[in-house]
Design a protein around this ligand. Structure first.
Ligand SMILES: *Cc1c(COP(=O)(O)O)cnc(C)c1O
Length: 353
């Protein structure tokens, strides 16, 4: 057994992997592979419709919020959002909490003005800024709810009177939030929801269609809404993997239930780090991510030895991102509590040596 703490693409439920692999050979007893059926067939339309309705149900979305499954990853959304929402003479507000925010800012500047209302860059993004104001004149406010690389997470979603846009790539459906309070939510599926290739976009349709710019057809959210995410060939297998993972989440009690387990997992690992004499956390305590736990060693020289020890013990994917160093254990929805117990046990074993 491998304990998979990879940051993304990342661990998926075993039952999802099993069912997805069966579907590659024989999808729903059709005698055909999921990879060789037409996307405009009742067979696949049922997959897309179920994926969309599961998102609506799990997020408790109202009728203004549309669910889309698109291509291009979260990175394409950095461009598609300002392209659809920001006029040339307008200003969008951004919170700069890491590399992913920075990429969003860079793309938005191609379409309009950007006001960076807060930043934790000077301390290598190890906290979430608290003291800032978002101008009411801004067209929207963009945040990254969970900063995958630095292990920080917005514990309080800021209250603003302008449309709130959120990159939830690494904590989508991991905790209860008022998802209807967001104007737009996006997430690459490969971290907490399914397989790489599909991107979830939840958009309040009331904010669309107010733009002067002409939008290329494939980039226009309104076209995707009209076409029910079938404007062109969707990433069929990635949507299917997401649908299975969403089903799994629903069967396991939905967001409320998974949040409880996610809290247990994070508490267990942070406690172990806080009580260790050799490991120490990198993120500010009050902003710690429940999804990506970043830590380093007091003695940097020993980090290589721990990585080697982890590898020998079938612990996969805990090397930290190069911009933080040390270690990062990603505790996404599909990672069982027992994997965290195992990791903590091995950390203690290493410390004893
Ligand atoms: C991984 C990640 C991205 C980039 O996602 P892609 O799907 O690879 O484009 C963007 N934002 C956050 C917060 C991420 O964790």
């Amino acid at each position: 057994m491998i304990y998979n703490f990879n940051a993304g693409p990342s661990v998926l439920p075993q039952s999802v992997l099993q069912e997805a692999s069966n579907a590659i050979v024989n999808f729903n007893n059709s005698g055909l592979s999921i990879l060789e059926i037409g996307h405009r067939t009742p067979l696949f339309e049922a997959v897309m419709n179920e994926a969309i309705s599961l998102v609506k149900e799990l997020m408790k979305l109202d009728d203004d919020h549309e669910v889309l499954f698109l291509h291009g990853g979260a990175t394409t959304q950095f461009m598609q959002i300002p392209m659809n929402l920001l006029n040339e003479n307008e200003t969008a507000a951004y919170a700069d909490t890491g590399v992913w925010s920075t990429k969003g800012i860079k793309e938005a500047r191609l379409f309009g003005n950007v006001d960076i209302v807060c930043s934790s860059k000077e301390s290598n993004y190890n906290f979430i800024p608290k003291d800032f104001a978002v101008p009411n004149a801004a067209t929207y406010f963009h945040i990254t709810t969970n900063n995958t690389i630095y292990g920080t997470q917005w514990q309080q979603i800021p209250k603003v009177s302008i449309p709130l846009v959120a990159d939830m790539s690494s904590d989508i459906l991991s905790r209860k939030l008022d998802f209807n309070s967001f104007a737009l939510i996006f997430a690459g599926a490969q971290k907490n929801m399914g397989a790489a290739g599909a991107t979830l976009v939840v958009v309040n349709k009331q904010i669309l269609g107010k733009l002067k710019r002409a939008i290329p057809a494939i980039m226009d959210y309104q076209n995707h809404i009209k076409a029910a995410s079938m404007l062109n060939t969707p990433p069929v297998f990635a949507v299917y993997a997401s649908m299975l993972t969403l089903r799994w989440l629903k069967e396991n009690g939905g967001v409320e239930a998974i949040e409880k387990i996610n809290n247990q997992k994070a508490d267990l690992l942070y406690d172990a780090i806080d009580n260790s004499k050799i490991f120490k956390p990198t993120a500010a305590k009050e902003d710690r991510s429940k999804m990506n736990v970043c830590f380093v060693m007091e003695d940097v020289e020993k980090e290589k030895a721990f990585l080697e020890f982890a590898k020998q013990n079938n612990i996969y994917g805990i090397k930290g991102h190069r911009s933080v160093g040390g270690f990062r254990a990603s505790l996404y929805n599909a990672l069982p509590l027992s994997s965290v117990e195992y990791l903590v046990g091995k950390m203690k074993e290493f410390e004893k040596r």
